[in-house]
Ligand binder design. Structure first.
Ligand code: NAD
Length: 477
């Protein structure tokens, strides 16, 4: 399959000679060729976006809402077809995950359409009787959306849904190796009547992203990816507005009074969903000592019952391959380091044999994980439940907070007061009580806690607007 860039409402091979050749993590086969965007292609996309936002800012909120509803309707017709492509390029199970993933990505447009209709400014009281002061919500303008490979369609739409509904335009730069489903869905934008240039898609590597975020024609950066890359972007983007959604190291705390079986089921789910390649995956399980043995037994039972590693197109499969070799190598490294520091692998522990690629990873449970291991300190992004032990609630919170990341934490307890105590003490953008760290709703305000390397901002509709204050002096004499 030969793919093209989507710039200014047109499909183009771009102006360069270089191409990306992409293989599927599922089959190992070559699945597409994609032109590598050049700086000139990016310049064109940014200019097209500028023209589009200049037009869209004059549309009424209801006109933009109609456009978003049209996108959502056309989107729903293509879910299954695009979900197949997503599975092939990303690796997530088609039946268990990819269909919902693509369907929910369309919800961003219907939700934003209604939010935009209700977004209001203010009338601010003044000191003088002949003055009036009002605030209006203007679009921010041209956004660079730099997005990752774990949710290749959903994450860009988290920006585009609310952003388009408020009159912004986008140059999206997804990774070159998970670009097909997104480019396929872009056909819906044409059909729905999105103004040319309001949404541009220029897949590529870090060099393409680096050129885009530093571009003078870009007003704001929406970045979802690793904290490491985020640090480089912040250093190079200059004085631009930003939403930064970065790495997580989700703790799941099991208190002594928890429903241990429910906690184990949630921990396993949080580690195998999308093969653990989720920013809010369960990355550390902190179990209060009293229930440690019970929790370990329940976790092994849940893993045996719920995890089926296999061909992601098979309806029985609940976990597909990892997406890429760098992620698999990181898992290898984190497990070796944990074992060297005294941890014990209870099940799994490496790559599975007998599959078309070496990216199929066995579901892994590790007990006695020391806090100073990479498995505990860093985001592993693979199918692993690392178990750490705490003496009591106080120590559980201290372990949870001894991390430079703070995205989404979970706590299992039957005691409402204790649940609040945890929410008051865990430094995390979201705290989930009695459900997986992977709990997710498209409309949930989601993002990092201040003071951590996870980032800032939430993809709420207000963040795509700029408050303009207008003052009227009514005294004409
Ligand atoms: P990554 O940081 O390697 O890449 C993310 C994007 O940045 C890619 O499009 C990449 O090409 C681009 N990029 C790389 N270098 C760049 C540079 N110098 N300038 C501009 N762009 C550059 O991350 P990844 O491996 O694709 O994604 C996994 C990470 O994303 C994990 O850390 C995960 O936790 C995080 N993530 C966070 C959220 C969230 O909402 N907080 C959601 C999903 C993923």
């Amino acid at each position: 399959m030969d793919l093209q860039l989507y710039i200014g409402g047109e499909w183009t091979d771009g102006t360069g000679d270089e191409t990306y050749e992409i293989r599927s993590p599922v089959t190992g086969e070559h699945i597409y060729t994609l032109p590598k965007p050049t700086p000139a292609d990016i310049d064109r996309a940014v200019a097209a976006a500028r023209a589009a936002t200049e037009e869209l800012r004059h549309w009424s909120a209801f006109e933009r809402a109609d456009l978003c509803h049209r996108i959502a309707r056309l989107w729903a017709e293509r879910v299954e077809e695009v979900a197949r492509i997503l599975t092939l390029e990303q690796g997530k199970p088609y039946h268990a995950e990819a269909i919902d993933d693509i369907a929910e990505s369309g919800d961003y447009f219907s939700i934003a359409a209604e939010d935009a209709k209700r977004l209001t400014g203010e009338v601010i009281p003044t000191t003088e009787r002949h003055r009036r002061m009002v605030t209006l919500r203007r679009p921010v303008g041209v956004w660079a959306a730099i997005t990752p490979w774990n949710f290749p369609v959903m994450i860009p739409m988290e920006y585009v849904g609310p952003g388009l509904a408020t009159g912004n335009a986008f140059v999206i730069k997804p990774p070159e190796f998970t670009a097909w489903a997104l480019l396929e869905m872009a056909k819906v934008f044409d059909e729905a009547g999105v103004p040319p240039g309001a949404i541009n898609i220029v897949p590529g590597g870090g060099d393409v992203g680096a050129y885009l975020v530093a571009h003078d024609g870009v007003d704001a950066v929406g970045f979802t990816g690793s904290s490491e890359t985020g640090r480089k972007i912040v250093a190079s983007m200059g004085l631009k507005r930003s939403i930064m959604e970065m790495s997580g190291n989700g703790p799941l705390v099991v208190a002594a009074d928890a429903d241990v079986e429910a906690a184990a089921t949630a921990a396993v789910y949080g580690a195998y969903y999308n093969a653990g390649q989720v920013c809010c995956a369960t990355e550390r399980v902190i179990v209060v000592d009293d229930v440690h043995d019970e929790f370990v037994a329940a976790t092994l039972t849940a893993a045996e019952r719920d995890v089926r590693l296999g061909d992601p197109f098979d309806p029985a499969t609940t976990m597909g391959p990892l997406n890429n070799e760098a992620t698999a190598e990181k898992m290898d490294r984190h497990l070796a380091d944990a074992v060297a520091r005294g941890a014990e692998i209870l099940t799994g522990g490496g790559r599975a044999d007998g599959f078309p690629t070496s990216l199929y990873y066995r579901f892994t449970v590790v007990d006695g994980v020391p806090e100073d291991s990479a498995l505990s300190q860093e985001e592993s992004f693979g199918p692993v439940v690392p178990i750490l032990v705490a003496r009591d609630d106080q120590e559980a919170v201290e372990i949870a907070n001894r991390s430079h990341l703070g995205l989404q934490a979970a706590v299992f307890t039957r005691d409402l007061s204790k649940a609040w105590w945890y929410a008051d003490h865990i430094r995390s953008g979201t705290v989930i009580v009695n459900d997986s760290t992977d709990f997710w709703e498209t409309f949930q305000p989601f993002g990092g806690a201040a003071g951590t390397d996870t980032g800032w901002g939430r993809q709420r509709i207000e963040e795509f607007t700029d408050l303009q204050t207008v003052v009227f002096n009514l005294d004409d004499g």
